[in-house]
Design a protein around this ligand. Structure first.
Ligand code: T3D
Length: 265
């Protein structure tokens, strides 16, 4: 149900900017308005020298459920659709902006993080999650492949074997397990999440910002994120042309298990 509430909330505490995805009725999944608002707010923050740390979080019981599958702009019709263009215009620029962001990024994952929502968090420098939160590479459930940098970050964070299993089985990983696997920095008691995320962001905002950003760059130097995002776009475009993708989204919207055929086109 559409509301008049802003899809993104902003809060400033000194040098810390908190951006809260605010479509709780759809677990803060991305429609066009949220994509636009988040990119605009991040670009403004990147251009504002007084912002020295950004916290990303979600309103309600979810962090972000990835692409809004009910958005009429992307809902599958009877014909195959090619979502390579959506990846190119939305998720690739978002992942690249976060990769080169001029100040540290903290994700405060307050609840379920699924699909591109999970990978939005994994693009951040430090990921804190409420103990009740979970991370799901939900793509296989709708006949897609991980995007928004997931195929770049996930194997680096948890290793190839776990990355393959998480992406192919689309199983939820609870925050504590995610921390013990090195997917995130810390699992935190639910009611302590935001105070701890803000305390960490306030500390980071007093640190040598440019050196921290150069540290991120150096730690990621042995991988070509840009090329991997192009590969995600192309594989996602191919996956999105399959009948299984259309069936997966239909099944999600109709709240029933999908009946996949395995066909490639
Ligand atoms: O165009 C493209 O598709 C390209 C996209 C690329 C990037 C992607 O992110 S693809 C992956 C998209 N996301 C998903 O596949 C996740 C879909 N959601 C889920 O699997 C489940 O909702 C969760 C595992 C995240 C949470 O499950 P649960 O049981 O806690 O909650 P729920 O009942 O499923 O969801 C609560 C509501 O949010 C529900 O609406 P309702 O019935 O209360 O009116 C549900 O429909 C809505 N919702 C959840 N996720 C989405 C969504 N609505 C639209 N899009 C969503 N992604």
């Amino acid at each position: 149900m559409p509301t008049d509430d802003p899809v993104l909330l902003t809060r400033r505490d000194g040098a810390v900017l908190t951006l809260t995805l605010n479509r709780p009725q759809a677990l803060n999944s991305f429609d066009g308005a949220l994509h636009d608002a988040l990119m605009a707010a991040l670009k403004d923050a990147a251009a504002d020298a007084s912002v020295r740390c950004v916290v990303l979080t979600g309103a309600g019981r979810g962090f972000c459920a990835g692409q809004d599958l009910s958005d009429p702009a992307v809902a599958p019709g009877p014909q195959p659709r090619d979502i390579g263009a959506l990846i190119e215009s939305r998720y690739k620029p978002l992942a690249l902006l976060l990769a080169d962001f001029p100040v540290p990024l903290v994700a405060a994952v307050n609840g379920v993080a699924a699909g591109a929502g999970a990978n939005l968090a994994l693009n951040c420098d430090l990921v804190l999650a409420a103990r009740s939160a979970s991370f799901i590479q939900a793509f296989a459930k709708i006949g897609l492949v991980p995007d928004c940098g997931g195929t770049f970050h996930l194997p680096r964070l948890v290793g190839d074997a776990r990355a393959r299993a998480l992406a192919m089985l689309a199983l939820p990983v609870m925050a504590e397990q995610a921390a013990s696997w090195g997917m995130i920095w810390q699992a935190i008691d639910d009611d302590a999440l935001m105070p701890e995320a803000h305390a960490m962001a306030a500390h980071l905002a007093t640190q040598p910002t440019h050196a921290l950003v150069l540290t991120r760059k150096a730690l990621r130097a042995n991988g070509d994120l840009d090329a991997q995002l192009d590969l995600e776009r192309d594989t996602q475009a191919e996956a999105s042309r399959t009948p299984d993708h259309r069936e997966g989204v239909r099944a999600f919207l109709e709240k029933r298990p999908p009946a996949f055929t395995g066909a490639s086109s």
